[in-house]
Design a protein around this ligand. Sequence first.
Ligand code: 5AD
Ligand code: SF4
Length: 471
Amino acid sequence: MFDIAEKVHDETRQGEAFAPFKADANAYRKRFYIESYGCQMNFSDSEIVASILNNEGFGATRNLEDADLVLLNTCSIREKAEQTVRKRLTEFRKIKESKPGMLIGVLGCMAERLKAKLLEEEKLVDIVVGPDAYRSLPGLIEEAETGQKAVNVLLSRDETYADISPVRLDSNGVTAFISIMRGCNNMCSFCVVPFTRGRERSRDALSIVQEAENLFSRGFKEVTLLGQNVDSYYWINEATNETVTFAKLMEMVALINPLLRVRFSTSHPKDITEEVLRTMAKYENICNYIHLPVQSGSTRILQLMNRTYTREWYMAKVKQIKEIVPGCGISADIIAGFCTETEEDHQDTLSIMEYSAYDMSYMFFYSERPGTLAARRYKDDIPEEIKKRRLQEIVELQNRLSLESNKRDVGKIFKVLIEGDSKKSTAEWKGRSSQNKMIVFPKINNGLKPGDYVNVQVNECTQATLLGQII
Ligand code: 5AD
Ligand code: SF4
């Protein structure tokens, strides 16, 4: 199926090959090549895998042909994500024909969902490793080297990889992701994640702060705290008996240095607390941006999705965010054509988008995933043309909302963290505002570099970008 959403926004980053920022690959005995698909959590996991492999004498390469070990970190969220991976695996078959010693491993959510079946279905796969089993990779590689098929898809109740220091892959040296928890206990009926990533568990807060401090000391200026549902972060410091909530954790990271920006993703409308919003308002370096997936604007559909909030509850949250964190950017995930969705339900989605005035959204049509609650309980009964038409309407509305939101920013001044050259020109910088909007502006010759903050006045905009000048 053609997924319009993925044309509009690249939430599902596809198949990016990584190599460490400053790697001395010659220092290693062997080379690995890794491609990651899906959500930010997967990209973050690949950095843990890279660290484990470095310790085993494997250096990263960007060149598939040079690799002794080729890894795909995969996503199962929609059928299309899995199809993309399967296609990529058949491309690897050709390379393996001329390089029989090369090992191919599948990591991540597809590994977890399909388990040993993957070895049978995709005959050339040698290693299958689920998201909680990356520590066993060295042993699995050894097994595979002797010609056996190697699988570990055990899920864990306590694995957080807290002590593993991720190797930053393809880094801009300015922004980085820190995984603060794993798994998910919400049983959204459409979602495969609870099955592929297991039970929710929070990582040691002190190790998170340490990782952020370490990044800051290396010149990084922004960290994004990552979890499927960050608001349910909960950790007890056994030494002091202190409990650390997400709001507290954010504060601990914000206090490292005022020049270190803090972002987070993803929030669940049912769990985001007033304490979180007040903490955001209190610290200038906690960015004013919340990704708050709505999924649908219809209370009836939300109930079928098991989201555990109503349309009114969600709208009240949006209102509260705008009151406590004025000017806060808000984005959403939206699913078109969930089981039994009527035109009226669809109109409710459009109207909640207008109400929330999202700056941006990730938009999808419903894709039934085997084993989920929805697959077991409800019929995927909305015809594909209707799903597509509704999605198209959602996309068009979001395009208008994004443009309106950007137009409201023309004339305003934003503090921007420079991330690097703009896509189009080395004569321009790009960076983000606190509200997570991309701003592009001409370089002026005054020794600025990525990682610096500048005040930029917005003069013009497109639907996707603000254009301005340093003041
Ligand atoms: N079909 C379509 N979209 C889905 N998402 C999750 N599961 C599905 C599915 N089965 C979307 C949700 C979620 C985002 C990460 O992906 O909007 O928030
Ligand atoms: Fe990430 Fe979900 Fe895809 Fe797994 S299924 S990679 S958790 S988006």
